[in-house]
Design a protein around this ligand. Sequence first.
Ligand code: SF4
Ligand code: SF4
Length: 443
Amino acid sequence: MEEGLTFALKDAQKDAQKDGPKDGPKDGLKPSREEILRQKNLQRFKAEALAESRRLRARSDYRPEFDRFLRLLEAGPLAFAERPGGRPVMALLCLQAPLELFHAHGFQPYRLFGGSLAAERLAAPYAPATACPMIKSALGSLALLKGDGPQLGLAGLIAPTTCDWIVKFPEPLRAMGLNVGPVMALDLPHGQTRDLGQKKWLKEVYGLNSFLAERSGAKIARQDLLRSINVYRAANRAFSRLIELKRQGRLAQIWFGVLAGSFFGEEAESWVKAIEELLPLLAEARISKAKAAVYLTGSPIFFPNFKVLRLIDEAGLTVVKDDLCSMERLLTGPVHYGDPSMAGLMEALAQRYQQGCQCPTCFDADRRVGNLAFGHKNNLFQGLIHHALKGCHPFSLESLTLERALTLKGLKFLRLETDHSPEDSGPLLTRLEAFRSGLAAFG
Ligand code: SF4
Ligand code: SF4
């Protein structure tokens, strides 16, 4: 078993049942059982993060410039608990919420999802064993912060209603006694092309604007929104350059995951500045030896759980393109507007986020099949790896649709179903190696 990940979810559940939901004495002298468990898992959370960072730093393509991004990932949710003087943090679950609006209102959006088993462990008594690991990790990461203030240092939580686990998220949150401040459900229509859905979504975006204004205590002006749109335009520009470098073989997927994953760990402006400094160095990086090129799709992958990315590498495959919402789909392009009035900007913002959504929670599977087949037709990649987290129903379901449609088009398809535990690493590697030998040599 891997270093830093020497505990499995089975143990987590056992521990949680033993120590979990019952509160011990709270006499101010002796910590409760709940607090002891939190402290224990906080140490595990830190150890897990450090173990993954150590593995990353030991790679031959590691460069010291990656360190600042790694440190942001290592801190995880603790980063915002320990940032006095920064923008107030508004927690976020899915990406389907216009980040520019958060910024214009003076908030730092922070996506709660993560890949920590230690965080999941804290949520175990409050979520079904079959729950999406992202949901458990989000709950657990908030529980890790429990000692840090009545509202965990958050200004609120935005939950776009993309999948059922997210819709139900506030329930275990309440059961765990976690106060994240006001919660807003952002109702994302699942049909993207319908006129009615688009109108409804625009109304939701206006609702988010009012919610954020209420939380910040002030309305925003057109210029504030325009400024934020420009900040995110710069972020999109820098991000597109990273994607280009990845396509050229100058940036490995695992490092791309580090850079993308650190985006919420700091303010957008400082992330853009750091990436812009890194870009010329990466542009000079040696192009890595050609391996079989694959497309990676499916459930998101977050630090410190890069198990699947490492195994793909070990199997002699290289990810040239992905559409994970934690990676290439993090920033899917700037907001384009023709009408610079406040109404025009709001409409452009709503449209950009609804049309840009490629989640399997949307109704239109044909659009995803079409996009994936297009890359294959253009010889970008030879095979497709579909990663479904156990408990992530939207991706598990779509994997069957995609497999049928794409294999008919001649694309090699590998479905991987896994979780955050390291125990299935051996069988996964064997399947990836077999997949690799089925692909023609690339290059
Ligand atoms: S794929 Fe979409 S719905 Fe699922 S976690 Fe990512 S952003 Fe949310
Ligand atoms: S889409 Fe999948 S990964 Fe995302 S929250 Fe829902 S179940 Fe979890």
